[in-house]
Design a protein around this ligand. Structure first.
Ligand code: HEC
Length: 159
């Protein structure tokens, strides 16, 4: 009996944990809406790009369907106008966005455009079904993320 109820308790704890986790990692801050806007966008970008990398590395079974869906979503996100998230005054709140974004705008925009181009090329490669090209373009897209993060994303929260 005791063992049985412990098991129920464990299931309950896991269920509650799963139910609450989206709240715990929620980016939404109603005082800093633009900060939430950009961080949520990055979270969606990463949620689509992550499985593509995992499939390439063999950490997840390769699925053409999943790869196509992720590439399409990533391309849609990449062409979305996210400039509001980096508007003047949006550098507030709990953020890892470095102040240089706001003072080095031209270079930052270029890095954003490089990511956009890479995501669209990756989508085309996925549509072609050429695995070698897909691999090459996943790597190139990853490089475009890294190029910006190296300059403009802090490891730790700044504020
Ligand atoms: C032009 C610059 C730029 C590009 C390109 C870029 N990032 Fe980022 N990324 C940032 C900045 C700046 C932040 C910090 C945002 C903040 O904390 O307000 C960030 C944050 C993130 C976060 C954390 C979001 C959070 O708050 O939880 C993830 C995940 C992420 N990026 C993934 C990616 C991936 C994957 C790519 C490429 C497909 C990418 N980024 C491309 C600049 C960039």
């Amino acid at each position: 009996m005791l063992k049985f109820s412990r098991r129920i308790l464990l299931c309950f704890t896991v269920a509650v944990g799963v139910a609450l986790s989206p709240l715990a990692i929620s980016h939404f801050d109603d005082k800093e809406v633009l900060q939430s806007y950009r961080q949520s966008w990055f979270a969606m970008v990463a949620t689509n790009f992550g499985p593509m990398v995992a499939m390439l590395k063999g950490e997840m079974p390769w699925s053409e369907e999943r790869m196509t869906a992720a590439a399409d979503q990533l391309a849609q996100l990449a062409v979305m106008d996210i400039s509001r998230g980096f508007a003047p005054g949006a550098d507030k709140g709990k953020t890892r966005a470095k102040p240089e974004i706001w003072s080095n705008r031209e270079d930052f925009e270029k890095k954003m455009q490089d990511m956009r181009d890479a995501a669209l090329e990756l989508q085309a490669a996925v549509q072609s079904g050429d695995r070698k090209a897909i691999g090459k373009n996943i790597a190139a897209t990853g490089e475009s993320c890294k190029a910006c993060h190296d300059e403009y994303k802090s490891e730790d929260y700044l504020y």
